[in-house]
Write a protein that binds this ligand. Structure first.
Ligand code: G6D
Length: 336
C-alpha cells in the first residue's frame, strides 16, 4: 500500500491523504481539495504549512489560497458582473469591487467526499463536488469530479476535471499551488523559465486590459531567463505589481521552470496560465517561511475575466448538456 489516510477532524470530515514511497511523498486534503506538500528526496517543492502548523486553522485563514482547488472561476471577474445569454449576473464582490476565485464561498472552502483508487504505482483521489447557484450566485448547479492522481514512478501529479451544469454557466477551475524548487524557500529569483513569455497587460485594477500581448514580451534569448531577470526587466507592468501576476499564452501547452537540480514540467490542455509570484505578503504569523517572491503559481485556466472580454465566445462558458473536461500535469524531473 503506498498511501495512508489520517483523520484531521472527524466532525468536519477533513482528512489528510499521504501517497509515498522511498523517493517521494505527496499530501492532499479533502478540505478545498488542496495539495498540502510534495517532497522529492525530502526536499519540499511547494509552499504551504510546516509540520508544526495546524492544517485546518492554516487553511481556514486561507492566506493566498495555498494549494487550493479554485472554482467556479479562477481570477477576477470585473465588478463581479457579466452577461450570459442576454441576462446580467451580479456576483459577490469579495476583492474590492471584483469577484476573485469564485467568491468567499468558493470551492476552496468546501470539504469534499472522495474515493481512492490504487493501481500499482499510480494512486488516484477522486473527489465528488457540487457547486450550487444558491451559494455562489453563478447560474446553474454544477456536478463535478476532480481527480488528483500521483504517479510515483514518474514523480507526476495530474489533475483531471470533469463537469456538467444544469444551466449555461461559467466554469474556469484551476489549482493555486505555489512552487519553489530550492532547498529553502527564501526566493524563486534563481529559477529559470524556458519559454518566451508574452504577458497579457493588466489595468490598474488588476483586470486584464486587452487581448493584445504585443507590448510585454520577455524573450528567453539563448536558452532561459530567470525570475530575477524578469523582476529587473524594467517593464512598467512588472514594477507596478511588484512581480508577475499576469496571464501568459502557452505556445504548445507546456511550461518548464527549473533550478540547477530540478525541473518542473507543466502540461495542460488550457491555452493560458496565470503566473503569480507572491508579490506581497502581509500574513504576520508565518513571515519566516512565506516571503515576497518565495513561490510562483502556474494556474492553468482560461483568461481571467474572459466573459467580459470575449462575451458569448468566452472559453469559460459551459453550456447545459455539454461536458467540461480538462487535464493538467506537473512533473518533477532531475536535471542531468
Ligand atoms: C491570484 O492573480 C491573483 C492574485 O492577484 C491574488 O492576489 C492571488 O491569487 C491570491 O493568483
Amino acid at each position: 500500500m503506498s498511501f495512508e489516510i489520517e483523520t484531521l477532524d472527524k466532525e468536519k470530515n477533513i482528512d489528510l491523504i499521504t501517497i509515498y514511497d522511498e523517493r517521494s511523498k505527496i499530501q492532499f486534503t479533502n478540505f478545498g481539495m488542496r495539495i498540502v506538500d510534495w517532497k522529492i528526496d525530502d526536499r519540499s517543492v511547494i509552499l504551504g504549512p510546516t509540520e508544526s502548523d495546524d492544517l485546518i486553522e492554516y487553511y481556514e485563514q486561507n492566506p493566498y489560497f495555498f494549494g487550493a482547488t479554485v472554482a467556479r472561476y479562477g481570477g477576477r471577474i470585473e465588478n463581479g458582473q457579466f452577461v450570459l445569454n442576454g441576462e446580467s449576473y451580479q456576483l459577490e464582490q469579495n476583492d474590492g469591487v471584483h469577484n476573485l476565485h469564485g467568491g468567499s464561498n468558493g470551492l476552496y472552502t468546501q470539504v469534499c467526499d472522495y474515493d481512492i483508487v490504487n493501481e500499482d504505482d499510480i494512486v488516484r483521489i477522486v473527489y465528488h463536488v457540487e457547486l450550487k447557484h444558491s451559494v455562489d450566485h453563478f447560474p446553474g448547479d454544477i456536478n463535478m469530479t476532480v481527480t488528483h492522481q500521483y504517479d510515483l514512478t514518474n514523480l507526476k501529479w495530474t489533475i483531471i476535471y470533469e463537469a456538467t451544469s444544469t444551466e449555461d454557466t461559467l466554469l474556469n477551475p484551476m489549482n493555486h499551488v505555489y512552487f519553489n524548487l530550492n532547498e529553502t524557500n527564501a526566493s524563486i529569483e534563481n529559477h529559470q523559465l524556458h519559454h518566451n513569455v508574452q504577458f497579457y497587460p493588466l489595468k490598474d485594477n488588476q483586470i486584464v486590459e486587452s487581448l493584445d500581448t504585443e507590448n510585454i514580451n520577455v524573450e528567453i534569448g539563448k536558452d532561459s531567463i530567470t525570475f530575477k531577470d524578469i523582476f529587473d526587466s524594467g517593464f512598467q507592468q512588472i514594477n507596478q505589481f511588484n512581480g508577475i501576476d499576469h496571464p501568459v499564452t502557452l505556445e504548445d501547452g507546456t511550461f518548464k521552470v527549473s533550478n540547477d537540480e530540478l525541473e518542473l514540467e507543466m502540461t495542460t490542455d488550457q491555452n493560458e496560465v496565470v503566473i503569480f509570484t507572491l508579490n506581497e505578503v502581509d500574513w504576520n504569523d508565518h513571515e519566516d517561511s512565506i516571503n515576497v517572491h518565495s513561490g510562483f503559481t502556474l494556474e492553468t485556466q482560461s483568461l481571467p475575466n474572459d466573459i467580459n472580454l470575449l462575451n458569448e465566445t468566452a472559453p469559460s462558458i459551459l453550456r447545459k448538456g455539454d461536458t467540461f473536461n480538462s487535464v493538467t500535469s506537473y512533473q518533477i524531473n532531475y536535471k542531468k
